[in-house]
Design a protein around this ligand. Structure first.
Ligand code: MN
Ligand code: ZN
Length: 492
């Protein structure tokens, strides 16, 4: 599908989308279109009681003037629209256009939307369209018959700057789509080795991609991670992606993702119901992959590292047992009391490795870590845990701006003591109470006091809340949040 921009002149025919403010009179292209239909748009508005209120639509079929259809989208007070509102509007429009099975549509924008230049507001609507138009049909033997949407054209007085601005938005949307694809992939297809192989082509965008084998991990002492993988017939991988768009020698930002390509729970096996969803237990890693793609595609002026720990957690004669003790790369020993609390074991070694090897400015990890975070926050917020108030505040602000919202949860020594163990240094579960917090306390023992934030994305990375810009099971959650964090606070 192509998104194009053109001067504000009405098309001769086809599907026309009009953005209509809450105002006594139609203006600009809307007034012109009404004139061409001999006042049919105005009459339809009156008959339907459509006033331009936010989040209302009016579908007018065959209104004359050459149009097959005119669909009005109410935008309320245009000046009050935030950037995110415009993306959501674009998504909602794309949803309607797709439902109408139209091959193309023209969207007449109106000036004065938000505090933004007309070009930027048109680009944001385009971004919303791009984010919404996504499907995962790889494993369908029959492709859907419906004619696909081919072109959406945005009519704006600032077509040229809009085109320019859309490039950056599309880079991010591509990253979101990559993350969604990875999460949606079935687990027999996307195992750790395959996931790592799919990261290699990112080198074409200018990323340095290195893939670590179990032998290399063994040498580094990543026994916590390898312990999780030992019950699987698929080897573990750690992939490190480096983007050098910033000043030479400047410490990188580091993003770390949990990539459990399937989590049975291991010997502490999960109940059968819903286990199929555990193909999404690599949502954190998918987000890191999508983010690195976005940063490279839009040539972000920053140094960044993306690291993902890839394992499959299976029960097997070789699988680790509840009660096993493993030495982690940090030197700390871990008692594995529950093999289903495996994500933290993977992250422990990757976090330690990244801070030790790259001396980053901060580390942010994303992990579908605990069911408990769904109990606490549902699907509307990811859990945020951090040892650094500034980083936490920035993530909260970026979440509000992108709609990928985070909610800060506590860390405290009282919670930390819960995971002390009598034989090993630490145990990998603190029991039912405060389950998301004790998981975060566990991770904190492996960050070596580097500024760090942990995002528990179990409720958002897969089967999250659907909205105008995402209808996919694998949501790609976090790519837009972290891209915004980077562009807003760390670039230049
Ligand atoms: Mn698990
Ligand atoms: Zn897991």
């Amino acid at each position: 599908m192509k998104i194009s921009f053109a001067a504000p002149a009405l098309p001769k025919s086809g599907l026309l989308i009009l953005l209509v403010p809450e105002a006594p009179e139609l203006e600009g292209l809307a007034a012109e279109a009404d004139g061409r239909t001999g006042g049919q748009i105005r009459r339809a508005m009156e008959a339907a009681g459509f006033t331009g209120r936010r989040d209302t639509t009016l579908d007018i079929v065959a209104p004359g003037g050459g149009f097959s259809r005119v669909v009005l989208f109410g935008i309320g007070q245009p000046a009050a629209l935030r950037a995110l509102d415009l993306e959501m509007l674009g998504g909602a429009i794309a949803g309607v256009v797709q439902a109408l099975k139209a091959e193309s549509a023209a969207i007449a924008t109106t000036p004065g939307m938000g505090a933004l230049a007309a070009g930027e507001s048109a680009a944001l609507i385009g971004s919303g369209v791009r984010l919404r138009v996504y499907s995962f049909t790889r494993y369908k033997s029959k492709k859907p018959e419906a004619r696909p949407l081919k072109e959406v054209s945005l009519l704006t007085a600032e077509a040229k700057p809009a085109r320019q601005r859309l490039l950056a938005h599309e880079a991010v949307a591509e990253g979101v789509h990559l993350a969604r694809d990875l999460v949606n992939e079935p687990p027999n297809h996307l195992h750790p080795v395959e996931f790592a192989e799919r990261m290699r082509p990112l080198a074409d965008l200018g990323l340095k991609v290195s893939v670590m084998t179990p032998a290399q991990m063994k040498k580094l002492g990543m026994n916590a991670l390898l312990g999780v993988a030992q019950g699987s017939s698929h080897e573990a991988r750690v992939v490190v992606m480096e983007w050098k768009g910033g000043k030479a020698g400047e410490a990188p930002l580091a993003f770390i993702g949990k990539g459990v390509t399937f989590d049975t729970g291991g010997i502490s096996i999960k109940p059968a119901a819903g286990m199929e969803d555990m193909k999404g237990d690599m949502g954190g890693a998918a987000c890191v992959a999508g983010l690195m793609m976005a940063l490279a595609r839009r040539k972000a002026k920053v140094n960044a590292i993306g690291a993902i720990g890839l394992v499959e957690n299976m029960p097997d004669g070789k699988a680790q047992r509840p009660g096993d003790t493993v030495p982690s790369m940090s030197g700390q020993t871990i008692a594995v009391l529950n093999t289903d609390a495996e994500g933290r074991l993977v992250l422990a070694d990757v976090l330690w490795y990244i801070q030790d090897r790259y001396k980053p400015r901060f580390m942010i990890d994303l992990a579908t870590l605990t069911g408990a975070i769904l109990v606490a926050l549902g699907k509307e917020h990811a859990g945020l845990f951090s040892n650094n108030d500034e980083l936490a505040q920035r993530l909260s602000d970026a979440g509000y701006a992108t709609g990928e919202k985070v909610w800060r949860m506590p860390l405290a020594p009282e919670y930390d003591r819960i995971i002390d163990h009598d034989v090993a240094d630490v145990k990998n579960t603190g029991g039912r109470h405060a389950g998301s917090i004790t998981a975060a306390q566990f991770l904190q023992r492996f960050v070596n006091n580097v500024p760090w934030a942990h995002l528990d994305v179990a409720g958002t990375a897969m089967d999250g809340a659907r909205n105008a810009i995402n209808q996919s099971w694998g949501s790609g959650w976090g790519v837009r949040l972290l891209d915004r964090l980077v562009s807003q606070y760390y670039e230049g």
